[in-house]
Design a protein around this ligand. Structure first.
Ligand SMILES: Cc1cc2nc3c(=O)[nH]c(=O)nc-3n(C[C@H](O)[C@H](O)[C@H](O)COP(=O)(O)O)c2cc1C
Length: 192
C-alpha cells in the first residue's frame, strides 16, 4: 500500500542544508533535505543533491556545474526561513550575508560551521528534480555544533511560519506531481 510510504518518511529526521551557487554575477541559495553522502572512500568523497528544476538556485548549479552544501547548526534556524521560503528571483539572498569563495566561485557562508564545496560530475533527471552527483573539492568541518534537523526546526517555528511552510510544501508537492506524471508519460524505459 503506497499510502504507508509517507508516514515512513515522516519518522526520518533529515538534516537541513543550504545549497549555494553562483553563475556570472548572480548568487543564490536554497534549503535542501535531499542531500546524501555518495561515496564511502575518504580519498574521493562525493555527494548527491536533489534540486527542484523550478528553483533559481538549481539554474545556477546547472550553469556553473558547482555548488557549496552548508550543514546548518541548531542555532542557525533563521537561515531556513531566509533561504527556504523566498526565491532569489525576487530578492538577493546574499546582500546582507558575509561570504567568501574557494576552489569554485560558489559562495561559502562565513558563519557556517561545516561545508562541502562540490563540482558536478553527472546529473539524473526525474521530472521534478535534477539529481546532481558531485565530487567534493574542498571542505570545512568543526566539532563544536549540533546539526539542525527538520523536526528540531519545526519545534522552534511559530504558527505563522508553520502555516507558510505547509502552504509552500503543498504547492511544491502539486507542481512535483504534475512534472513527474508528464515525465513518466514521455519516459522510455529502454533509455537506461
Ligand atoms: C525544510 C525545507 C526543505 C526543502 N528541501 C528542498 C529540497 O530538498 N530540494 C529543493 O529543490 N528544494 C527544497 N526546498 C525548497 C527551497 O529551499 C525553496 O523553495 C527556496 O525558496 C528556493 O529558492 P530559490 O528559488 O532562490 O532557489 C526546501 C524548503 C524547506 C523549507
Amino acid at each position: 500500500m503506497i499510502d504507508q510510504a509517507a508516514p515512513l518518511f515522516r519518522v526520518l529526521d533529515r538534516e537541513l542544508w543550504v545549497i549555494s551557487a553562483c553563475a556570472g554575477d548572480h548568487y543564490g541559495g536554497l534549503i535542501s533535505t535531499s542531500v546524501s553522502q555518495a561515496s564511502i572512500n575518504d580519498q574521493l568523497p562525493r555527494l548527491i543533491v536533489g534540486l527542484a528544476t523550478h528553483h533559481q538556485t538549481e539554474s545556477l548549479v546547472k550553469q556553473s556545474k558547482s555548488f557549496v552544501a552548508h550543514l546548518i547548526a541548531s542555532d542557525q534556524s533563521d537561515w531556513v526561513q531566509h533561504f527556504g521560503t523566498q526565491s532569489g528571483r525576487d530578492i538577493d539572498k546574499f546582500s546582507d550575508l558575509e561570504f567568501t569563495t574557494s576552489v569554485t566561485q560558489a559562495p561559502i557562508l562565513k558563519d557556517a560551521h561545516a561545508w562541502l564545496e562540490c563540482r558536478v560530475e553527472n546529473v539524473m533527471e526525474s521530472g521534478d528534480r535534477h539529481w546532481y552527483l558531485a565530487e567534493i573539492v574542498d571542505a570545512k568541518w568543526s566539532t563544536d555544533f549540533v546539526p539542525l534537523t527538520f523536526q528540531a526546526f519545526l519545534s522552534q517555528a511559530d504558527d505563522d511560519l508553520k502555516a507558510l511552510l505547509k502552504k509552500q510544501l503543498g504547492e511544491d508537492s502539486l507542481t512535483d506531481r504534475q512534472l513527474v506524471e508528464e515525465w513518466r508519460r514521455s519516459y522510455d524505459s529502454t533509455d537506461y
